[in-house]
Structure formats: structure tokens, C-alpha cells
Ligand binder design. Structure first.
Ligand code: SF4
Length: 347
């Protein structure tokens, strides 16, 4: 009796990894999914907070894909270990602060460790040659295999026919003839394959599923490192970079100003840890202060927050300053005029 082979698939929540898992499932292989949580993911709470994202499903796409495929999903928190990938990428960054090649190697290495610990036979990814400029190129594909330690136990079902046969193919665990030879940036082959499988609903990340590919986010992350004088971060730091308008008038402090009610409620959750400002005399946003502002800085901060309130044209706006220990005081300020707010302060 032939043994049922087991594969672990890296599931991002996007279409490619979903298809890769499905293609191999079709060949009678038992597939489990693995999803790595880095803290930089776009979906989830970001879509839940912002009004403009209301139409996007507020779901964990990796879990949703697993449910659609009928596979077990293992969600692995790699927040701490992943820091070294972001802070010290051996192969550098892409267009923004996205260390895609190091990230891919790291995730495949983690999947390889998981595979060995759980007695699975091989690893699957949804990679397609030429799909991404940094991590999915013909010359980086073998590098990922080598540097991750997965070697020829890493199968890419969507582009396998363009690559040398892997062990699962050579051993006949999977039929190479029933794998694919996709390449390039076009999504048409994947969309056609999805249609073939009757898959109509899938996540469509614009420019990536990770905030590190986002130019504005990367500017804010680089600013955080500059202001702290060191390249480091905690989970709360990278979460807060996803929310609000970030304004840095000085190296000593920056403001995170809510752009809408949902963001204001999210920022409220940090009032016990950070100093905050909220307008009292006029409706306005909640703002957090990150850093160590002096008295003059606090007044400037209050004038900036007043500028984003309904009292922006008033002579005076009253605000409440709240400290993390709950102590409160009031400030009355003249709102900053547009010409007093240099563009470079807004990150
Ligand atoms: S987009 Fe983000 S998650 Fe994807 S490979 Fe690049 S760094 Fe990693």
C-alpha cells in the first residue's frame, strides 16, 4: 500500500499560495498550511479600523484560504525572530524597507524546521518566477532553497516545470506533468487556474500583503529609527505606524493624529501608555505624543492638533493633555496655520 505523503504549504492568504496548495492536494497529497505572523501584515485590524476599507472583508485571509481548501492551518508568531530580518537583511531591501529575499529565506527555513519537527515530507510555496522583482527571480529561486536549508524539498507547483525536478517529483510523490510552468508578472494564468478550480473569491493584495512594501510606511519606520538613534522596534511601534497621521516637528517627539473615528478609538487604547491630546472646545481628533517633549513642544503639539479640529479657524482652541498615569491638564492655544506647518513634518 502506498504511503500518503504530507506537504506543508506556506499560506499567505493570497491566490498564489492557495492555488499551489490546491494543485498538490489534487494529487492526493495531505497538505497542511503554515502562516507566519510578522506584525507587518496589512489585513485584519487595519481593514477593521479605517472607513475607506469598510468594503474589504475583515477576515484573516490565511485562515479563510485554509477553510476553503479544507486544510489545517498552523499560525506561527515570528514577531521577535523576524526583527533581525527587517533590521539586518543580508540581501538588502527592495524599493522600500521590504527585505523580501531574506524574508522568503527565513520563512522557508522556519517551514523546514516545522516540517522536520512534524514529520512532513516536503514544503510548498506559491512562488512564480518573475512575479516579484526581488524574491521571485530565476536566480533567487535556488538561493532560497540553499540558504533556507530546504534544498530540493521545496516544491513550487505553479512554476515547477521551469525549474529542475525536486525530490518529490523525482521520487514520484507528485506528478511533474500535472504541475505548472507559470512565469512573469501577469496574473492571467493564476486567474484562469482559479476559475478551473471554481475559486471565485480570493484576496487581491495591491502591491503586497505586507506594510514593508509601502513607501509611506517605510518613511515612518525609517523616521522611528532615526529619532530613537537605533534601528529597533517593538510590536506596538509597528502597529502604531499603520494608524493615523504622523507629524514630527522635532527629533524629541512626534504626534500620531487620528484621521477618523475608528482610528481615534484605536489610539484610545494607548492612552494608558502614552501622553495624549484631545480638543475640548471644538470637535477634533485624539492625538498621541511619542517621545519626550518639553513644555514648548507640548504647546506646539497642541497647536497642531487644534489645526486638525473643527476649531482650526478659531482664535483659540482648548485641549486636554492627559498623561499615562491619568493626570490631566488644560491648554488654550491658537491653532497652527497651514503656512506654519512645514510639509516635511508630515511623514
Ligand atoms: S512583501 Fe513582506 S512578507 Fe512578502 S516577501 Fe516581502 S517582506 Fe516578506
Amino acid at each position: 500500500m502506498s504511503q500518503t505523503r504530507k506537504a506543508v504549504a506556506l499560506i499567505s492568504g493570497g491566490l498564489d499560495s492557495m492555488l499551489a496548495a490546491r494543485v498538490v492536494q489534487e494529487q492526493g497529497i495531505q497538505v497542511d498550511g503554515i502562516n507566519f505572523y510578522t506584525g507587518f501584515c496589512v489585513e485584519g485590524h487595519t481593514h477593521a479600523i479605517r472607513k475607506r476599507d469598510q468594503a474589504k472583508p475583515k477576515r484573516n485571509n490565511a485562515l479563510w484560504v485554509a477553510e476553503q481548501l479544507g486544510i489545517k492551518l498552523h499560525i506561527v508568531d515570528i514577531i521577535d525572530e523576524y526583527k533581525d530580518v527587517v533590521l539586518n537583511p543580508k540581501y538588502g531591501y527592495g524599493a522600500n524597507l521590504n527585505p523580501c529575499l531574506d524574508c522568503k529565506i527565513f520563512m522557508v527555513r522556519k517551514a523546514q524546521e516545522w516540517r522536520q519537527a512534524h514529520g512532513f515530507d516536503f514544503i510548498l510555496t506559491g512562488e512564480v518566477i518573475g512575479q516579484r522583482p526581488m524574491s521571485q527571480r530565476k536566480d533567487t529561486m535556488p538561493l532560497v532553497c540553499r540558504a533556507s536549508g530546504a534544498g530540493d524539498l521545496l516544491l513550487r507547483p505553479l512554476c515547477a516545470r521551469n525549474l529542475p525536478p525536486t525530490l518529490p517529483e523525482r521520487e514520484g510523490w507528485v506528478d511533474r506533468e500535472r504541475l505548472y510552468g507559470f512565469s512573469g508578472r501577469s496574473r492571467k494564468p493564476q486567474i484562469a487556474l482559479a476559475r478551473h478550480f471554481g475559486i471565485e473569491d480570493y484576496a487581491q493584495p495591491a502591491g503586497g500583503c505586507c506594510f514593508l512594501t509601502d513607501a509611506q510606511y517605510s518613511v515612518k519606520l525609517a523616521d522611528l529609527w532615526r529619532a530613537r538613534g537605533q534601528r529597533s522596534y517593538e510590536l506596538d511601534d509597528i502597529m502604531l505606524l499603520k494608524v493615523g497621521r504622523h507629524i514630527r516637528p522635532s527629533p524629541d517627539f512626534k504626534l500620531i493624529v487620528a484621521r477618523e473615528e475608528g482610528e481615534g478609538r484605536f489610539l484610545q487604547g494607548y492612552q494608558g501608555r502614552m501622553t495624549s491630546l484631545s480638543t475640548q472646545s471644538h470637535p477634533g481628533p485624539l492625538a498621541l505624543i511619542d517621545g519626550t517633549p518639553g513644555a514648548a513642544d507640548l504647546e506646539l503639539a497642541a497647536r497642531i492638533v487644534a489645526r486638525y479640529s473643527k476649531g482650526r479657524d478659531a482664535e483659540q482652541v482648548e485641549l486636554e493633555l492627559r498623561h499615562p498615569d491619568g493626570a490631566r491638564s488644560r491648554l488654550k492655544v491658537r491653532p497652527l496655520r497651514d503656512d506654519e506647518l512645514p510639509r516635511e513634518w508630515v511623514l
